[in-house]
Write a protein that binds this ligand. Structure first.
Ligand code: NDP
Length: 434
């Protein structure tokens, strides 16, 4: 703590990993002798830079840009860029740290990193977004590259922003390379990348439910957020025969007791991705309730898939979920559940998966996008989807392998932390004191 003051989210993420890893390290002294965990919590490199740009009124605006290059033991740094007013070093270090474990779990050769800016995209024109993205890449280009560091999207960064950044990188370097993932299909993107995180979360939840002889068919699902992850989580839930009753954004949540159907989901996608509107408009359009400033966790559901942001599900929310009979929580967002909430889930012995396991599908398909770029080929939707399905199955298997407790309860958090740690730690051991 003394070393990382004012970094509560980073300390929270490290603490969560340390609690489950330390007993494992004590049984495997080779890792402690080489001080692997102490090295892993120190980023290999942190870049912070000025991002000046001109708004539509021709006024100068200044934001701060970041890239945290956390760990490159098993491959180039890989992880998204987040544009949100709340972005700071603590949040990006926590995300980069989690990313190291997540990327390792996918089985693909990717190190961990994360970056972004405190730029707030809300209400910005398309031209302002482009100018910001170009200025951001005008510095970032020095630090990234297809074999060095390959950023992707995250909150506030979707296909549009990736496009503007890719264009600027190409212009500066004069090279068309796979420096970013989440690209458009016609210029190097992978099939299924937009869907990957959401679909992967649902595949993972299906594997979790299967351990108790259950399926998603007929289950009621509560989802938070209404962005990229939430939208495709809904899509896949519908394909699996579940009923999704909530979505949210930072203003509040909608409750649709009938269930969000394919047509209503199409409306959400247009509302959020084209019109850049608010989820409240869903309630107005379809005549259901909007709960201003609230989160959806007190709605009765069988399965909860938090897909908005960190610390969006606290102890009281967790208690409400358990009391209402929720049997499975799989995280689409990164660290959405507070430590106290996780404790409630594991005490109640309900199925609970941390984001680093359940939301790894996004980065996994980004890894497949990198492979396709290097090979200069593109795989079909079916091919990518079946690889994604297999990767989520394998991650689930690792969680079961390392997380099953004496009474048979699967501690996915422990399983994901140990399963992700071993590969990175062994690579660090092999590469010496670096
Ligand atoms: P988007 O920007 O597409 O959507 C984010 C959604 O979450 C929006 O509905 C947004 O509402 C809401 N949200 C953001 N911050 C808050 C907040 N503080 N309180 C309440 N709601 C909030 O981002 P993604 O869907 O890509 O990302 C969602 C989560 O999933 C993040 O935790 C991200 O790190 C994680 N993730 C994303 C992956 C990806 O492939 N995109 C991969 C793995 C994890 P509003 O519009 O009001 O801001």
């Amino acid at each position: 703590e003394a070393r990382n003051p004012h970094e509560p989210e980073f300390l929270q993420a490290v603490q969560e990993v340390a609690e489950t890893i330390i007993p494992f390290l004590d049984e495997n002294p080779k890792y402690n002798n080489a001080r692997i965990l102490e090295r892993m919590v120190e980023p290999e490199r942190v870049l912070m830079f000025r991002v000046p740009w001109l708004n539509d009124k021709n006024e100068v605006e200044v934001n701060r840009g970041f890239r945290v290059q956390m760990n490159s033991a098993i491959g180039p740094y890989k992880g998204g860029l987040r544009f949100h007013s709340s972005v700071n070093l603590s949040i990006l270090k926590f995300l980069a740290f989690e990313q190291v474990f997540k990327n390792s779990l996918t089985g693909l050769p990717m190190g961990g990193g994360k970056g972004g800016s405190d730029f707030d995209p809300t209400g910005k024109s398309d031209s302002e977004i482009m100018k910001f993205c170009q200025s951001f890449m005008t510095e970032l280009y020095r630090h990234v590259g297809a074999d060095i560091d390959v950023p992707a999207g995250d909150i506030g960064v979707g296909a549009r922003e990736v496009g503007y950044m890719f264009g600027q990188y190409k212009r500066i370097k004069g090279q068309f390379t796979g420096v970013l993932t989440g690209k458009g299909l016609s210029w190097g993107g992978s099939a299924i990348r937009p869907e990957a995180t959401g679909y992967g979360v649902v595949y993972f939840a299906e594997h979790m439910l299967a351990t108790r002889g259950e399926t998603l068919e007929g289950k009621t699902v509560a989802i938070s957020g209404s962005g990229n992850v939430a939208q495709f989580t809904v899509e896949r839930c519908l394909q699996a025969g579940a009923k999704v009753v909530t979505l949210s954004d930072s203003s509040g949540f909608i409750y649709d007791p009938q269930g969000i159907c394919v047509e209503r989901l199409a409306y959400v996608m247009e509302l959020k991705n084209e019109k850049r509107g608010r989820i409240k408009e869903y309630a107005e359009k379809f005549g259901c309730e909007f709960y201003e400033g609230e989160r959806p966790w007190r709605i009765k559901c069988d399965v909860a898939l938090p897909s908005a942001s960190q610390n969006e599900l606290d102890e009281a929310d967790a208690r409400a979920l358990v009391a209402n009979g929720c049997i499975c929580v799989a995280e689409g967002a990164n660290m959405p559940s507070t430590p106290e909430a996780i404790h409630v889930f594991t005490e109640a012995k309900i199925l609970y998966a941390p984001g680093k396991a359940s939301n790894a599908g996004g980065v996994a398909v980004s890894g497949l996008e990198m492979s396709q770029n290097s090979l200069r080929i593109s795989w079909s939707r079916e091919e990518v989807n079946s690889k994604l399905w297999q990767i989520m199955k394998d991650i689930h298997g690792l969680c079961v392998k390392y997380g099953t407790e004496e009474d048979g309860y699967i501690n996915y958090e422990k399983g994901a932390n140990i399963g992700g740690f071993i590969k990175v730690a062994d690579a660090m051991l092999a590469q010496g004191v670096i």
